[in-house]
Design a binder for this molecule. Structure first.
Ligand code: 3H9
Length: 692
């Protein structure tokens, strides 16, 4: 089997691409396809060509790994597509699995497209910070109109074959064998002349208003991003200029987008997310258990949200509470959440009932005796959790996974009260647990490989991005965010206003800055943690300006007032009394407030994350800098187009980061300092570690 197989089916030549796992347009693919077209051109008895993907999919796009290669070494997708468009014999793209990006662009340059019913077609380039760069921006609007094409290119989401057929993107849905269907289709159309070429069509629905509206729209959906505006510019060219002009401009703008830090950030996350599931020592042969039922202890906000993940995936859940009242309340919140989703049209009432039907509420922990996994989601208190795990040890069946949703406590200590610590693991969901995609999978000292591998599979099954972390206070995400919170409070102590710190992070693309986030989480939570930590460490009672705010009874959004006031739409407004409280605090402590620039606020906040991240890496709590980035993007709203805090630091240059930390009186973590001195990046450190 070669990378592109040529087989004859009578007078049709079938070119099958064999480049697993997803038939990306890697080096070798264009050469193989060109050879196929050569054969088709030369063979007088060949009347038509079918291009099909071997294995599970059609072409899933350009090979993202080749994006940073010098131009002459990168596979020439555009060259192949130009030839395909001008090819003198009919060509048919036979699509199954996914035709994405460059894959769909190949299909668009064919004369015809046929697809299986379950195929999906899309131009997801925007998710990688680039744009369809091989004719997609010029051909898709010519097929389905600018409005729909813009919708597809700006969301990056694929559409199904049936919709594609309705929109004219697919000519025929093949029932039965795709290859046979495609060959039959090719034969039926082999004599058709002139060949219909998409590049020769006109865009039907274009108007200046349409493009103006799209430009307005991306201010909300893609704030701060480059590639969406370039996509609109190119779609407008498709509507207003000859094909060749748009095709040439597309090549130029593709390179501009590809070479931007935003695209590097998004591509970094694409691969980091996939790397995160790979754990040294775990192989395909590591035994796993299929989770057929789950038990959850605690029907509060967290427990209820966690339960919904399982119900959504069709896994029955038994949920335990200590009082009927708490149980009823928990259930009604879950039902209300589902009903709200149904009101928005994203679920039918039948589905709501189906999901609720999978949920068994109980006050009896013994009802968990058959569960494959039990997740404890109760109040964050070590004694309470230990008591629960002791009891679970007596109730759970052999082989059941016992998980804690603790966000800070020592999972080893929790595991130690059971007779089966190898079955104990941390599963740290993020609030709201039914929405947030991140799952920190906390591997304790004795957690078995099988339990870890099962939880990684489970994460995928319930739609989460699972990242394995080690045991420490706060694990990865919260440990870093605590440092970030400390730095934010210091900034205000020294002279910034809370809204200045928040604005700096908003400008970076975070939907919430440190104080907006604290207000949303509830000020009392951080307050309790600070008080607890001081007590444990034998330090005096914390008395920062933020502690003083909490002591006035302002607990954040949930009480309508925190660091900010909130209107009925939960919009934050600075409060003069709070500003006065902060000023009085500074005066009392003898702090002479100074002007703090946006640049300083940004650097101090982000680099506090980076510095703690470097310590976490060196301690082995996270395996890779990429894992930390995935955690920050899916758990804390760090913009994916910045690639996460560690990738952001790489972009800034670690020497600059280390120097800035020193300038602000902080000591760079040893790993950060070392990499900075060696002129390296965290990404290089990840690669070297993977090779070692
Ligand atoms: C483009 O086409 C630009 C053009 O317009 C212009 C050019 C001039 N390249 O996700 P999975 C790897 S931009 C290289 O776990 P799934 C992936 O890293 C491209 N590698 O599987 C993983 O590797 P590993 C537009 C790729 O079944 C393995 O394949 N296309 C690529 O859950 C399996 O991936 C896209 O953006 C690639 N293009 O999902 C499509 N794609 O095993 C991106 C995948 O070592 N891809 N890999 O970890 C996807 O959305 C999903 O991978 C897909 C399969 C839906 C295809």
């Amino acid at each position: 089997m070669s990378i592109v197989d040529q087989t004859r089916e009578g007078d049709v030549l079938v070119l099958t691409i064999n480049n697993p796992p997803v038939n990306a347009f890697s080096p070798g693919v264009p050469e193989g396809l060109h050879a196929g077209l050569d054969a088709a051109e030369q063979g007088e008895d060949i009347k038509a060509v079918v291009i099909i993907g071997g294995g599970r999919t059609f072409i899933a796009g350009a090979d993202i790994k080749t994006f940073d290669l010098p131009r002459e070494q990168a596979p020439d997708l555009r060259g192949f597509i130009a030839r395909l468009d001008a090819f003198p014999k009919p060509t048919v793209a036979a699509i199954h699995g996914t035709a994405l990006g460059g894959g769909l662009e190949v299909a668009l340059a064919c004369t015809y497209r046929v697809a299986t019913k379950d195929a999906r077609l899309g131009l997801p380039e925007v998710k990688l910070g680039v744009l369809p760069g091989a004719g997609g921006t010029q051909r898709l609007p010519r097929v389905m109109g600018a409005q729909k094409a813009l919708e597809m290119m700006l969301s990056g989401n694929p559409i199904g074959a049936t919709e594609a057929k309705e929109l004219g993107l697919v000519d025929e849905i093949v029932e039965g064998d795709l290859r046979e269907g495609a060959v039959a289709f090719a034969r039926a159309h082999e004599g058709e002349r002139p060949l219909p070429r998409i590049s020769e069509r006109q865009v039907k629905d274009a108007s200046p208003e349409l493009f103006a509206a799209a430009r307005e729209g991306i201010k909300k959906t893609h704030r701060g991003q480059l590639s969406p505006s370039l996509i609109i510019e190119l779609a407008e060219m498709a509507a207003t200029k000859p094909f060749q002009e748009g095709w040439d401009a597309e090549a130029r703008l593709f390179v501009q987008a590809k070479d931007s830090p935003q695209s590097r950030g998004l591509r970094h996350i694409f691969f980091a997310e996939r790397e995160a599931g790979k754990i040294p020592g775990l192989t395909k042969d590591t035994p796993t258990t299929e989770i057929k039922s789950a038990g959850i202890i605690g029907a509060g906000t967290m427990g209820g949200g966690i339960a919904m993940n399982f119900l959504n995936a069709g896994i029955p859940v038994t949920i335990v509470e200590t009082s009927q009242e708490a149980l009823d309340r928990g259930l009604s919140v879950i039902r209300r959440n589902y009903e709200n989703t149904a009101k928005k049209g994203r679920l039918t009432m039948e589905q709501v009932e189906q999901r609720m039907g999978l949920l068994t509420p109980t006050l009896d922990m013994n009802a968990l005796s058959d569960a494959d996994i039990i997740i404890e989601a109760v109040f964050e208190n070590m004694d309470v959790k230990k008591d629960i795990f002791r009891r679970l040890d007596g109730v759970a069946k052999p082989g059941a996974i016992l998980a804690t949703n603790t966000s800070t406590l020592d999972v080893n200590e929790i595991a130690s009260v059971t007779s089966r610590p190898e079955q104990v693991i941390g599963l740290h969901f993020f609030s709201p647990a039914n929405v947030m995609k991140l799952l920190e999978i906390v591997r304790a000292d004795k957690t078995s490989d099988s339990v870890l591998a099962t939880c990684l599979n489970l994460a995928k099954r319930i739609g989460k991005v699972g990242v394995v972390v080690g045991v420490c206070d706060g694990f990865v995400g919260n440990r870093m965010v605590h440092r970030y919170g400390d730095e934010a409070r210091k900034l205000v102590e020294e002279g910034a206003r809370p809204q200045d710190a928040d604005a700096a992070m908003n400008a970076l693309g975070l939907p919430m800055g440190p104080f907006q986030m604290t207000d949303m989480a509830g000020l009392d939570i951080g307050y309790a943690i600070r008080q607890h930590q001081a007590k444990v460490r034998g330090q005096p009672k914390p008395d920062g300006w933020l502690d003083r705010i909490v002591e006035t009874g302002r607990k954040g959004q949930k009480t309508g007032a925190g660091i900010y006031d909130y209107d009925e739409n939960r919009r934050p407004r600075p409060n003069a009394d709070i500003q006065k409280l902060i000023e009085d605090y500074r005066a009392e402590k003898g702090v002479q407030p100074r002007e703090i620039s946006r640049e300083e606020a940004t650097e101090r906040l982000v680099y506090s994350l980076v510095n703690e991240g470097a310590k976490i890496l060196e301690e082995g709590i996270a395996q890779r800098a990429g894992d930390i980035d995935v955690i920050y993007i899916y758990g804390y709203g760090f913009p994916a187009y910045r690639g996460g805090p560690m990738q952001y630091a790489d972009e800034m240059g670690l020497q600059n980061v280390a120097a800035a930390l020193e300038k602000y009186g902080q000591t760079p973590a040893p790993l950060l300092k070392r990499l900075a001195d060696e002129g390296k990046t965290f990404a290089q450190w990840d690669r070297e570690k993977a090779r070692a």
